[in-house]
Ligand binder design. Structure first.
Ligand code: COA
Length: 333
């Protein structure tokens, strides 16, 4: 038995901020941002919380599958920007959705959060512990960005997506394999200084602007290029797949140069690499479900396609998932 994706959707806040919006505030240019990252614009929601972004995606998943919220038995939300430290965003979402029979939890895996959650959800389905799992990944990065720090604020955006996982009797489709990794030594290069139990909020932490993303870009870049390329290649190789067998690489969208290096290592041509970083920036746990949902919506993925999902993020966390796609949009329409 395997866990298959039976519905997928995403949502981003409506307001779009292009690179020129930043040039009025900080010392940067549209040219620098585009050439160094590939980003042209991103969506921000300066009001509301993460669950306001995820709720429409979750509702769309239920609509697509034709089920009611009370049929969901577990909700996992992957995020580093929950509505509150507690209760979990899974609990808040459960209430907003009316999923009264669901339990659930948040999972903190930063940019790899959705892959961690997808694998966790799939294993629960395979174990028979759940029949209808709602797995979401998303972040409201605008809540933790220092808009005076040009090295970080231009990189991120708000958004997220949701999948419904269900058991399939057939072994032909679903989550085929995964490689998930973590190296806590990466903490020094990418973290949020204050707000947790180590450094609770004080006037000093707020004045020092310690509640925002801190990133040493070049150090993260080097590890990301190697980490993402290694696991993406390894998952292909150990499943005896060649570049010809892979329909799509669906990479975390942090930097176009990291994506290009990963595709090159796998021997994939550019037309097999899902890229939307130019429109959304880095939505952290949101990038992969948003990419997958856009591919599905635009009918570019069909049942039986082999998809390699791969990510790298804070922790460090990184990994790849081999997913054999299970739904045809044409049949659903
Ligand atoms: N506009 C203009 N100049 C900027 C800038 C901006 N928005 N941000 C940084 N710069 C400057 C720097 O100050 C530096 O100037 P200096 O040479 O005078 O010191 C110069 O540009 C080069 O900075 P650097 O950090 O070396 O650039 P880079 O090529 O490494 O690109 C990142 C920066 C952040 C885009 C890149 O390192 C990256 O993508 N890192 C990985 C991010 C990631 O994967 N994160 C994990 C998931 S969250």
């Amino acid at each position: 038995m395997k866990a298959i994706v039976t519905a997928i959707a995403h949502h981003v806040p409506p307001d779009v901020y292009d690179n020129n919006w930043f040039t009025k505030r900080i010392d940067t240019t549209d040219e620098w941002i585009q050439t160094r990252t590939g980003i042209k614009e991103r969506h921000f929601a300066f009001e509301g919380g993460l669950t306001d972004i995820l709720l429409p995606a979750a509702q769309e998943v239920l609509r697509q599958r034709g089920i009611t919220a009370d049929e969901i038995d577990c909700i996992i939300v992957a995020t580093v920007t929950p509505d509150r430290v507690f209760p979990s965003s899974a609990a808040i979402l459960q209430h907003k959705l009316g999923a009264k029979n669901a339990w659930g939890f948040d999972l903190s895996g930063a940019c790899s959060g959705f892959l961690y959650a997808l694998v966790t959800g799939a294993k629960m389905i395979e174990a028979g512990a759940a029949k209808k799992m709602l797995v979401l990944g998303g972040d409201k990065m605008s809540a933790i960005l220092n808009f005076d720090d040009r090295t970080t604020c231009v990189l991120f955006g708000d958004g997220g997506g949701a999948v419904l996982l269900e058991p399939s009797e057939s072994d032909d489709y679903g989550v085929v394999d995964h490689i998930l990794r973590m190296d806590g030594a990466g903490e020094v290069h990418l973290h949020q200084k204050a707000g947790g139990s180590l450094r609770p909020p004080t006037i000093e932490t707020v004045t020092n602007r310690e509640h925002f993303v801190y990133q040493e870009g070049q150090a993260v870049f080097k590890s990301a290029v190697k980490g993402m390329a290694d696991v993406s290649y390894e998952i292909m190789e150990r499943n005896h797949l060649t570049a010809d067998d892979v329909a799509w690489l669906i990479p975390h969208q942090a930097n176009l140069r990291i994506i290009d290096a990963t595709a090159e290592r796998m021997g994939l041509s550019k037309d097999k690499v899902m890229i939307n970083i130019e429109r959304f920036g880095n939505t952290t746990a949101g990038t992969i479900p948003i990419c997958l949902s856009e591919l599905y919506q635009t009918d570019r993925v069909k049942r039986g396609d082999y998809l390699v999902l791969s990510s790298f993020g804070a922790g460090y966390t990184w990994g790849s998932v081999l997913l054999r796609w299970s739904i045809d949009k044409k049949e659903k329409a």
